[in-house]
Design a protein. Structure first.
Length: 226
């Protein structure tokens, strides 16, 4: 059903609700499913079909955004020379970060993850999805048109991307080479797009270990006011 409200088209919302028992079961099952998602740093080189990546990106793009501006661009790279260029540029920055640019406290906080400046995953993973935030759009005559809550919107879309990746049985890493301006150059992105996150996507390597982490209990992450 469609109707016009103050001159703007609306469609009837299609309900998706369950009885309380079903809701409890579904929410608990989804929790235990999502709890298995982990950031992975050891990737298999096994290819992933482009159609799957397209579906993941389209899922991410269902995220809410400020004034529905959808202020994101997802660049999906499987081209091996571009992956190599990204790895080389990222490792150059990361080498500097791990050799003096990161404060001692930061280095210490990273110890349990055992990361370093080597980024093999940037070549091993079959796809790199580089998320760009679009700070503004170009209007007629090259004028700038505002986007709103860009960081929040792109953060939400990226969260949904990670959920979709996990749901497809694949793994990902939210990688933040810093600074990451080199991505705009390598991918030839326009001035209104700024790199947000670099996400290798693929299958885990055969011998894949992840840090033994603990999730904060509900008492530490939530406050209920009933
Ligand atoms: N960007 C570096 C360092 C790093 C920073 C944080 I915060 C992490 O959670 C993990 C790593 C790197 O990717 O190695």
């Amino acid at each position: 059903m469609e109707k016009i409200i103050n001159g703007f088209p609306f469609v009837e919302y299609t309900k998706e609700s369950y009885d309380e028992k079903e809701m409890l079961e579904k929410s608990a099952a989804f929790l235990s499913y999502m709890d298995k998602r982990r950031s992975v740093r050891a990737f298999s080189t096994k290819p992933v079909p482009k159609q799957v990546i397209e579906n993941l990106i389209r899922t991410a793009s269902t995220a809410p955004s400020g004034a529905h501006k959808q202020p994101w661009t997802f660049c999906a790279v499987s081209n091996s020379s571009i992956k190599t260029a990204i790895r080389e540029a990222a490792e150059k920055e990361e080498y500097e970060s791990y050799n003096g640019r990161m404060a001692p406290e930061w280095m210490e906080d990273l110890l349990p993850l055992q990361t370093d400046w080597h980024k093999e995953f940037l070549e091993d993973a079959p796809w790199l999805i580089i998320v760009f935030r679009r700070s503004y759009e170009y209007g007629a005559g090259n004028t700038k048109k505002n986007n709103y809550y860009v960081q929040e919107s792109v953060g939400l879309a990226t969260g949904m991307l990670l959920t979709a990746i996990h749901h497809a049985g694949l793994v990902a890493l939210t990688h933040t080479p810093s600074p990451m301006g080199f991505l705009s150059g390598i991918l030839n992105r326009p001035e209104n797009e700024k790199p947000f996150l670099l996400i290798p996507v693929g299958y885990p390597a055969d011998d894949c270990y992840v840090p033994k982490l603990h999730r904060k209990p509900i008492e530490s992450i939530a406050a209920f006011y009933e």
